[in-house]
Design a protein around this ligand. Structure first.
Ligand SMILES: [Zn+2]
Length: 75
């Protein structure tokens, strides 16, 4: 299990994996909605190296803006 670099939650999930197995894994945090790829630099993937200015407190998520819905794909 991976710790979310942004909010330090241990609830992260695998969002998807590279079409060619073993190239990269994309993770998502259901607590703060942060997503990251395993191949990004440690300043993004490592909670201890993530810029403290961009950290979020999970107990304060209600204070942040609502995320707009993703538009439906046009056919
Ligand atoms: Zn998070």
């Amino acid at each position: 299990m991976h710790t979310c670099p942004r909010c330090d939650s241990n609830e992260t999930q695998i969002l998807c994996e590279s079409p060619v197995k073993g190239c990269w894994v994309m993770y998502a945090c259901p607590v703060c909605t942060f997503t990251w790829r395993s191949t990004e630099p440690e300043t993004i993937t490592n909670p201890e190296m993530y810029n403290p200015r961009f950290k979020v407190n999970p107990s304060e998520m209600g204070k942040y803006q609502i995320h707009p819905a993703i538009a439906q794909r046009r056919s």
